[in-house]
Design a protein around this ligand. Structure first.
Ligand code: BG6
Length: 405
């Protein structure tokens, strides 16, 4: 039934005249235009939609991330899109916001009593966010080689997850209220000074290695990738959220391609109890909340309990919620949810222009440093490993370890 509704129309979408076939095809209907194109075309396409009379009435525009290649181009895109579409008709997609567990972060934090009083620097030692992928760059190299992991994953998906984890309670669940709360987290990220990029950010590129028992090629051997490309396929970074709630609590972010598992998770590690009662003779592991974004969506709370028996032995136990088992079945796909929201005109799960600007500002300080200082290493890591050693050293320097999702 769905297939019968599909149609294909070939048009040059970069100028008004080229759009003619499309304009004739769809007429004056209220249309949703979904631009899953190179961001460098967004401005031209909006102009062409306008010139061809397609950008009329109640039509909407959906833009796929990343919105720009850097801060400057993202500002330009914002202005070019705004010249044609009013903000309420613009939907900027970051599909992580459509993921069930990412949405559940708000419910977990604000629909329960016991997380929020502990959700601050008094109880939390640090937070880790890992987005690991097994896939390599594949046939997406024309895009990827120009963008790299920092622009492709950190500027959008990872900073979104960080914002939802760190934000203050919004005054309501209305999209502008949630947007305000999220943007404030990004505004509070401690700016990276010139020397900080070297010490706080690790970039890496995968070399050949073994994954799931198969040999896979390195990034530089992937078809289409530029010779001697310095595009990063891995980023790990440490950031501080300089506000009242999070003062002194580091957030460690890590993402990469060709890592051992496809798994994304947020780990909230609590502080250890004082070295007085149980913690006196042995060092006990701290409590931890693990929110699994994918696969096996759910969350677990690792706490300590007494092992049954005559002695007083303490051992970590896990309280685990698996969405699939608890809620009987599959969660909707992120895009399924988001595209329905576009039709309904609901902006809650979309990127606001302020968030996009602020997140680019943060990321731009890293890009500038990488650009200006060629001595900042691009580490390599074998495909199938958890990234370069320097990423381990980054977190170990603080006496902590990465938790593998
Ligand atoms: C996309 C990135 O936005 O997200 C890809 O461009 C990445 O490089 C993908 O692979 C990951 O999405 P998911 O839903 O598989 O985690």
């Amino acid at each position: 039934r769905f297939k019968a509704r599909l149609d294909y129309c070939k048009a040059d979408v970069t100028n008004g005249a080229g759009m003619k076939p499309l304009a004739e095809h769809i007429g004056q209907a209220s249309t949703i235009f979904f631009l899953a194109l190179s961001p460098s075309l967004y401005g031209a396409v909006c102009k062409a939609l306008d010139e061809s009379g397609l950008a009329c009435g109640d039509c909407r525009i959906v833009l796929e991330k990343p919105l720009g290649h850097d801060l400057e181009s993202s500002r330009a895109i914002n202005a070019e899109v705004a010249a044609v579409f009013e903000e309420k008709r613009v939907f900027r997609i970051d599909h992580y916001l459509g993921k069930e567990t990412v949405q559940n972060l708000i419910a977990l934090r604000f629909a329960n009593t016991f997380f929020e009083p502990l959700w601050n620097n008094l109880a939390i030692d640090h937070v880790q966010i890992t987005v690991a992928e097994t896939e390599g760059v594949g046939d997406r190299w024309p895009y990827y080689d120009e963008y790299g992991a920092l622009r492709d994953m950190v500027q959008n998906h990872m900073l979104q997850v960080l914002a939802l984890t760190g934000m203050e309670p919004p005054v309501s669940l209305a999209s502008d209220a949630v947007a305000d709360a999220k943007v404030n987290v990004i505004r509070s990220l401690r700016p990276l000074g010139p020397g900080d990029v070297r010490t706080h950010v690790v970039r890496g590129q995968y070399a050949a290695g073994a994954l799931d028992g198969h040999q896979v090629t390195g990034y530089l051997q992937e078809e289409g990738v530029r010779e001697n490309s310095r595009t990063e396929t891995f980023v790990a970074l440490k950031t501080m959220v300089d506000n009242w709630r999070w003062a002194g609590v580091p957030f460690y972010l890590r993402t990469g391609k060709r890592l051992p598992r496809r798994a994304s998770a947020i780990f909230v590690q609590f502080k250890r109890v004082p070295e007085i009662l149980f913690n006196r003779r042995v060092t006990l592991p701290p409590d931890m909340l693990a929110i699994r974004i994918q696969p096996d969506e759910g969350f677990s709370l690792e706490v300590l309990a007494k092992r049954p028996g005559l002695d007083l032995a303490i051992q970590p136990v896990r309280m685990d919620l698996h969405y699939a088992a608890e809620f009987n079945g599959q969660s909707p796909d992120a895009y399924e949810r988001l595209l329905l929201d576009v039709m309904a005109g609901d902006h809650t799960l979309f990127l606001g222009s302020r968030f996009v600007q602020r997140s680019w500002e943060y990321v731009q300080s890293i890009l500038d440093r990488w650009q200006d200082d060629a001595s900042i290493p691009l580490e390599t890591y074998p495909a199938g490993s958890w990234g370069p050693k320097a990423a381990d050293e980054l977190i170990r320097a603080d006496g902590r370890e990465w938790i593998q999702p």
